[in-house]
Ligand binder design. Structure first.
Ligand SMILES: C[S@@+](CC[C@H](N)C(=O)[O-])C[C@H]1O[C@@H](n2cnc3c(N)ncnc32)[C@H](O)[C@@H]1O
Length: 223
């Protein structure tokens, strides 16, 4: 398997019809945790065990990893975790529109990009547009958790958050010393084992995201 794919190549720019949220989970009414760039899915499979009160969806652009992760979820008859193949920057918008309003409780984007060079900025996943799509599906207290081990990458992720304008820091603007989640990803475990720095930030969705999904909030005062 090739180590990484170029998300800007024409193959990955085709929007895919992803199965609707209602087709994926035994109880589609549960709040959702979305892990973007989930790789082989070990983090999300463990999170689904820890949090049976949520559904968990992994989205990943490398198809063989998705096939293996989803096969494991189905084989183990796990009713609250699934994996989909697609480019988040291309195929997620319509899927989020099909989700029941404000159902997206947690979004995790962890060590998302192998594209460290500045000229590869456009290949990076965390862009303001993607963050705005996510915010439209989140409640006002929905959480966005970001982490990376590459200072340039996390700096650009934070610029995108600021530009999107729909998330508020929950961490006083400081790096989180500890991971607030119950499970670490493979990349996080590798980085910590090497005693390298980890840059983590936690945000809540601000009311702007909720308003996009609530047409009443956009109507002029009837009185
Ligand atoms: C460095 S890996 C980290 C995997 C995992 N989150 C972890 O922390 O161990 C980044 C993952 O994001 C995926 N990815 C990158 N861009 C993506 C995109 N636009 N849409 C979906 N997945 C993407 C890559 O294929 C890769 O599997």
């Amino acid at each position: 398997m090739r180590q990484h794919v170029n998300p800007l190549s024409s193959f990955f720019q085709v929007e895919r019809d992803l199965p609707a949220p209602g087709e994926l989970f035994a109880n589609p009414e549960l709040p959702l945790h979305l892990d973007i760039g989930c790789a082989r899915g070990f983090f999300l499979l463990a999170m689904a065990n820890e949090h049976p009160e949520r559904n968990h969806l992994g989205l990943e652009i490398r198809h063989p990893l998705v096939r293996a992760a989803d096969a494991q979820a189905l084989r183990e008859e796990r009713s609250n975790v699934r994996f989909l193949f697609g480019n988040a920057n291309v195929s997620l918008r319509r899927w989020l529109e099909a989700l029941k309003p404000l159902r997206l409780e947690l979004v995790t984007i962890q060590y998302p990009d192998p594209w460290f060079k500045k000229r590869h900025y456009k290949r990076r996943m965390v862009q303001p547009e993607l963050l705005r799509w996510l915010a439209t599906a989140m409640p006002a207290d929905g959480r966005l958790f970001l982490q990376s081990d590459v200072p340039e990458v996390i700096a650009q992720m934070l610029e995108a958050v600021a530009e999107a304008g729909c998330f508020t820091p929950l961490d006083d603007g400081q790096w989180l010393a500890d991971n607030p989640l119950a499970v670490s990803t493979e990349r996080e475990r590798y980085v910590l084992a090497q005693q390298l720095p980890v840059y983590r930030r936690l945000f809540s969705c601000s009311a702007a995201g909720e308003a996009l999904h609530n047409p009443l909030a956009e109507q002029p005062d009837a009185g």
